[in-house]
Design a protein around this ligand. Sequence first.
Ligand code: SF4
Length: 412
Amino acid sequence: MTQVAWDAWVEVPTETAAKLGLRRGDLVKLTSPHGSIELPAYPYELIHPGSVAVQMGQGHRFPGAYATGARPADATNPKPATFLNVGASPVELLGGAADPASGGLPYLAVKVALARTGGRRPLAVPQATFDQDDRGVAEYVSLAAAKELELRGRVPEQASHPSMYPPVRYPEYRWGMSVDVDLCTGCSACVVACQSENNVPVVGREQVAYGRAQQWLRIERWQEGTATRPLNMFLAMFCQHCEVAPCEPVCPVYAAYHTKEGLNAQVYNRCVGTRYCGNNCPYHVRRFNWWNYQWVTPLDVQLNPDVTVRQLGVMEKCTMCLQRIVAAKALARDAGRQVKDGDMQTACQQTCPTRAITFGNLKDGAAQVSKLSRSPRSYHVLEELGTRPAVTYLKKVTRGAEPAGKEKGHKA
Ligand code: SF4
């Protein structure tokens, strides 16, 4: 909801923040009858006036090389990195027993006093705004309108924009995905799955704050409606594998190119790091390696041997788990047939608990991904650019009344 990375924070209602003169990142001291903690403030319009909220999970004190501070030196790691135990734990504010002052809820709520300390700790928040500014990144449709569209059998207008490029032919496969915005809960399990499958480094707080997050897949939150009746939409954003890909013609060494199977591929050995492709990508899904990231022992054993570990100066991004596609094609070839639904899943698809992500061959009309791409709810993000993405999104369905008119922005 907040998109804060690598930290703990206290959510303060905007009215209270205005009264105390608090900006995002100003340190505040929370004091309860049981203890006190200090955290940076996150003024937030979606929290009830008169309450503040701190999430659990940071500032823990149990033993462990990473939780307590430094991992000891050994032969493989003579200069140990220090992994800071970030934030503070709200458990220190809670009494063990049920607190009558907070409705008798143990470990859930307690009365606290809030005081500004005068210090600051800016928060790393990679998403600058939750307002789409009418760009239609995450779209929604009412249940009644969705039923109407279904009845009329509306065919999406996607990919109908004229292009000066000739149509691309795909001899065997055109790989594609669909993401159902109505099913996505924003849990971010897919992000972790992708990071783990594809040897994506953990870059740390400073790099995230600097806009250099490395994940190939991110969950965006977009907010419509009013503060009292908001509509939140979660959108998994990754390389759209555009048919008319803006990243490809600007690469001076042809490192970004289009495969016969509709994938927007990246040749790491050819990339010279000009970053033209990243600058020309309207979806901002290409990631540049600013460092040679290290997987200190024992984290190196988590690396997937089927995926290259990238190095300093190389651009990377989602490959639709190309290594899994190659393995599925080899098995299908041995069985004397084409890859079909169920032969493989991408890491994000496999991990999604709500089945919001579907992968498959768009050339196979019977494949689930093809059916979903023809759904009346389907749309392409930034469709008007004519990039013809291989990723189709399905609009969120609002049950009940439409969200009321937009408030004036939810900018950071
Ligand atoms: S795992 Fe599924 S539900 Fe969770 S954020 Fe990803 S797409 Fe959404």
